[in-house]
Design a binder for this molecule. Sequence first.
Ligand code: GLY
Length: 380
Amino acid sequence: MVKSSQNGFGGDFTDKNHWQEAAEKIYKKVCRVARSSAGKIPYSTVGGRFDDRSEDICWWTNGFWAGELWQLWGAFGGDELKSIAEEIEKKLDSVFLKPWGMDHDSGFRWLMTAGASYRLTGSEESKNRLILAANDLAGRFNLAGRFIRAWNDSGDGSRAGWAIIDCMMNLPLLYTVSDLICDPRFAQIAEAHADTSVSAFLRPDGSLCHIVEFDPISGRRLKSHGGQGYAHGSSWTRGQAWGLYGFTLSYIHAKKPEYLETAVKIADRFISRIPENKLIPVDFDQPVEPWYEDSTASAIAACGLIELSKFAGRKYLEAAESLLEALTESRCRFDCGCDNILEKCTAAYHDSQHEGAIIYGDYFYTEAVLKLCGKETFLW
Ligand code: GLY
């Protein structure tokens, strides 16, 4: 049942003890914070303390806190972490009943909750939730354009043809459920979307667009849109990271060489643009002023690079470690002064708020550190 990823580096490339120390610091802090935040589903912080998105139950990030708790429970134990994660999984059941609550981010919501629970405990209820979520995600597939539709609209169809690079990270829900029920339908949809993403999102230089609009009837690619990055045509770093990790995950599941080639192209481009201080901006093409960072992009890219290194070589592991080292040295809080771990996380360049706490930053930093000390539960 448990599919813990083996470190896979033969101990040669990475100092496991160093990352084990970081993992223990995360665990110590999260145990304290989990107790003081019981009942909350955090997204960010207010005055250093976690906020609570329980009332906004459909919010796309609502699985990540549970995912972090499951990762740490899998690595170190602690009944309290497990029961809080299980409580969040149950709260998310109401999302299934909200017509506009479901979107392309079902993988984020349910792989981190039901998927983790099923892998670690074998819960049949959790398995059922995974199947329900995969059915809904598969239902967003546009047959003419061979893409999974992204966000909803108000019912006017204005976004019926929109797909986004972030969706690559949700495909593992489909691959997982195909494996679970021995039925290739879901994996076929995942591969079709991944194939379309190679041709529709990847630019010749190895960077990725955020949003692509298709004609929802003919399926023809119409144009790209700027999204959460600086401008149309720029390189929003979290989008690059979603693509880097997402194509690597599709390669892990489907073993199509094009996915590995694509992940390598994206990774090479990403690495070539990492600033000297190894701290990742919100957009690689943003102006010098105002300069905003996004630590979440760094943590997600590090996870992708670690997995990619298992197929494409040591240089990707070294890049991942240098990103994580920079975060650990200067963007992590292991003390009690605030509930979050990662600092300087930014949702979008043009938002009014920048450089705060965001829960998926903490999740992916934790996942990356656990990968490097061989204690990760592979949730994808
Ligand atoms: N999936 C939305 C984001 O990365 O902000």
